[in-house]
Design a protein around this ligand. Structure first.
Ligand code: PLP
Length: 383
């Protein structure tokens, strides 16, 4: 069943789609979601044709997960998904499969902190990398002659937003392909392919799988030729997910809507509570009606994500706040069912003030979480 209610012949809601995504046709005495297939090679007498030949090329557990992700990325539309070992493997697969020496690529200057490493590697292969801010559709200004436009919206960690429809239309008119890093939103928050992008890319380490227990990434496209080039790159780089990770991810997708609904609603509640605190500045959450990005976000997002960012007055204040939290782990990453927060400046690399906090809202009871945050704020003031 692929996003359609077989009995009624009508399109299902997204919660139903999430719990059934990618499941095979029922077979008597078989499990509804078959377990992980651990195989480096498959029985293959005669001509070595697909679907399953060697474990670096394809794996049945990936196939089911790829179907599931495709159904969520663009329901009812034919898509192809390629799962990879991590979000960075997915990003690199698009960049290195599409770009050649002499090409120009446009990236955000405020995106995920490993992007500058990628830029250096692309430059070493003779690719020109231009960067511009996400907010205000800043990347439009440097599009001229580009082969690939890379968008990350909401941007991590600043939570700026750009207009995917507008950027995709202008980039296509200029002859560029468009990739969107959709890690923060997940397909339940926004659907890049239906907004005009050529590639929807994500780190599924985060909200897609949501338990902080695996690394995974994916690329979804509508053009089979683009899918073939990404799949070819996966084979060359060997950036493949383990079957156990792929299976755990598929299992976790069943609760995607439940987790998203809870986490996004609590993130908004927390953002409102933080907006009342005098020591908090630079508060950002795209779902807050007063957020500078809210208008554009509401044009393309159906949920605003689980991440809230804000500043406390300096490093010591921020560290006391993080130490004082009891229900929130001081840890990196985001999108998980257990809330995490960190002082982002500890890594270097992001252009953020010392007191900048990236807060990832989990699935705790909202009143418990907000009480914990307010109590930690009360105890973290100047000494
Ligand atoms: N894209 C974004 C927006 C991220 O935040 C991250 C990781 O934090 C990545 C990509 C990379 O993902 P992974 O750690 O799964 O390689």
């Amino acid at each position: 069943m692929t996003g359609h209610d077989r009995a009624a012949g009508r399109e299902t809601g997204e919660g139903t789609r999430a719990v059934r995504a990618g499941l095979p046709e029922p077979v008597k005495y078989e499990p509804t979601l078959p377990g992980p297939v651990f195989a480096a090679h498959f029985h293959l007498p005669g001509e070595p044709t697909g679907p399953y030949t060697y474990g670096r090329d394809e794996n049945p557990t990936w196939t089911l997960l790829e179907r599931a992700i495709g159904e969520l990325e663009a329901p009812g539309q034919p898509t192809e998904t390629v799962v990879l070992a991590s979000g960075m493997a997915a990003i690199s697969a698009v960049a290195f499969s599409q770009l050649r020496a002499g090409d120009v690529a446009v990236f955000p200057d405020d995106g995920y902190q490993a992007l500058p490493l990628l830029h250096d590697q692309l430059a070493a292969y003779g690719i020109e990398v231009r960067t511009a801010p996400t907010g205000g559709n800043g990347q439009l200004r440097v599009l001229d002659g580009a082969k690939l436009l890379w968008i990350e919206t909401p941007s991590n960690p600043g939570l700026d937003i750009c207009d995917i429809r507008e950027l995709a239309a202008r980039a296509h008119a200029a002859g560029a392909l468009v990739a969107v890093d959709n890690t923060l939103a997940t397909p339940l928050g926004q659907r890049p392919l239906t907004l005009g992008a050529d590639f929807s890319v994500a780190s599924d380490t985060k909200g897609m799988t949501g338990h902080g227990d695996l690394l995974l990434g994916h690329v979804t496209v509508t053009d089979p030729a683009l899918a073939a080039s990404v799949r070819r790159w996966r084979k060359i780089a060997g950036a493949i997910p383990g079957p156990m990770e792929a299976w755990l991810a598929h299992r976790s997708l069943a609760t995607l809507q439940l987790r998203n609904d809870r986490q996004c609603a609590t993130a908004l509640t927390l953002a409102h509570a933080l907006s009342e605190r005098p020591e908090v500045s630079g508060l950002r959450y795209p779902g807050l009606p007063g957020d500078p990005s809210h208008r554009v976000a509401s044009l393309q997002m159906r949920r605003y994500g689980s991440v809230v960012s804000f500043q406390l007055p300096g490093r010591d204040h921020a560290e006391r706040f993080l130490d004082g939290l009891r229900l929130v782990d001081d840890a990196t990453s985001f999108g998980g069912v257990r809330s995490t927060a960190e002082r982002r400046g500890r890594w270097g690399g992001d252009a953020v003030p010392e007191g900048f906090i990236r807060f990832s809202v989990g699935a705790e009871d909202p009143e418990d979480l907000v009480a914990d945050v307010l109590r930690a704020l009360d105890g973290s003031g100047p000494r």
